[in-house]
Structure formats: C-alpha cells, structure tokens
Design a protein around this ligand. Structure first.
Ligand SMILES: NCc1cccc(NC(=O)c2cccc3[nH]c(C(N)=O)cc23)c1
Length: 232
C-alpha cells in the first residue's frame, strides 16, 4: 500500500496473508470458514507449490493471540485466468481445516448483486504490500481509502485504454494506491467486499494507471460452486 497508514490492529479480521516459506506473497480474505479468496496471478511465480495462509495477524513477525498459519488442501484458480491479462483473476484456497473463528479471525461477506459501485464512493483496501517505490515491505497491516472512478474514465485511452471489462472496477491511484504484494486483498465498500486487488499494469501510485480490481458479484456462482463441490 503506497501513501496509506498502519491499520488498527485486528479490525480487519478477514485479512489473510498468502505465504511461501514464511514470506508474504499476496493478500486474500476469509470468504467462508474453510476458504480464502485471492488472485490467480499470485500463483505465477509459485509453480505448483501450495501457499500457507496466515490468519488473525496484524504483524507478520510478532506473536499475537489469534495468529495462526493454515496449510492449504487445494488451490482453485478461475479457469479463465491467465498470465497475459487481468481476466478472471481469482483464486480460491481450501484450508486443510476450518479456520477457528474469533475476535481476530472472521469471514467477510462479498457483494452478490451485480451492480456497479457508484463513482466517488470511498472504499478501503488493506495489505502487507510494499509501502514505497524502493520496495519497502511493512511488518504490519497497512490500509488506505480510495475513491471509485467510473469505468469510462478508467477506460480512457490515456488510462487503461478500453481494457477494463464489466467484471472489473477502478479506484483513483494518485499517490495513494495498491502495489506489489497487495494483490488478492479485498476492496471493501460499506463493509462488503466489492472487489479483489489485481496487479493490472503493475504500476503503483501513478494517476494515469488507476488501480484495477476484479469485481466479485459476477463470480458469485463460481465461488459458491467451487466451495460446494470441494466441501462435498
Ligand atoms: N496499483 C496497482 C497494483 C496492484 C497490485 C500490485 C501492483 N504491482 C505489482 O504487483 C508489481 C509492481 C512492480 C513490479 C512487480 N513485479 C511483479 C511480479 N509479480 O513479478 C509484480 C509487480 C500494482
């Protein structure tokens, strides 16, 4: 997160850190007791290695009462996801067991009504992604508030030039923005997850490249279907 600030500890109990060998790679959030939602692009450099999922954390390193690292039983990237564009950039992770819910570990509902969030709506996004252009990695969860911008503005030829589909949404990226390591985290508007951070152009903090999110409502059936099929 660029231009943000440290979140109030454990006030975002849905936040997940996707880790490899103890290293934060991407964000995500608890969408059901045994399921975390993140971005398919997060698996690009991991090959077929499975993530571990850290829940209940504020600091990535310090001991905290409800912090717990979960093994992943299976990972389900959306079948339409690929490394050449931002389409269908979703990843469902089934935890080895149901997460133990408590004050610091809670499920976050996602938007199921397929209607655009109004432009200028102020939403918030959190993550352990880099906090500077030099790549400084925070130990504690950061957050920032960002206004939604219309798809038309976001698709302007000087911005994302027509690549933002109806399944995507954008927020202003002037100074305050998402960046490397924030992918997969939720864009929360009015207490509901409306989108998932996607790296898009990988640019951070430049107003000419608004932040892009995968809208969640269009994928409600896919999310429910995977969870139902794998839960048995
Ligand atoms: N503001 C939009 C936004 C949201 C989330 C992430 C990003 N930016 C990256 O993720 C990024 C940036 C720079 C080098 C990078 N290398 C890699 C990589 N996977 O090797 C990713 C990146 C941008």
């Amino acid at each position: 997160i660029l231009g943000g600030y440290e979140a109030r500890p454990h006030l975002k109990p849905f936040m997940a850190s996707l880790q490899l060998d103890g290293q934060h790679v991407c964000g995500g959030f608890l969408v059901a007791e045994q399921w975390v939602l993140s971005a398919a692009h997060c698996t690009e450099e991991t090959g077929d290695k499975l993530f571990q999922v850290l829940l209940g954390a504020h600091s990535l390193t310090e001991q905290e009462p409800h912090k717990r690292l979960y093994r992943v039983r299976a990972q389900f990237p959306h079948p339409g996801s690929n490394k050449h564009n931002n389409k269908d950039d979703l990843l469902l992770l089934q935890l080895e067991e149901k997460a133990e819910l408590n004050a610091d570990v809670q499920v976050l509902p996602f938007q199921r009504e397929d209607r655009d969030v109004a432009p200028d709506t102020v939403c918030e996004v959190a993550g352990w992604g880099i906090t500077s252009h030099s790549g400084r990695r925070p130990d504690r969860l950061q957050q920032v508030e960002r206004p939604v911008i219309s798809r038309d503005v976001c698709n302007h030829r000087t911005r994302h030039d027509g690549t933002i589909t109806n399944n995507m949404m954008c927020t202003d990226s002037r100074r305050r923005d998402t960046c490397k390591g924030d992918s997969g985290g939720p864009l929360v508007c009015g207490g509901v997850a409306e989108g998932l951070v996607t790296a898009g152009s990988r640019v951070c903090g430049n107003y000419k490249k608004p932040a892009i999110y995968t809208r969640l409502a269009p994928y409600a059936a896919w999310i429910d279907g995977v969870m139902a099929s794998a839960d048995g």
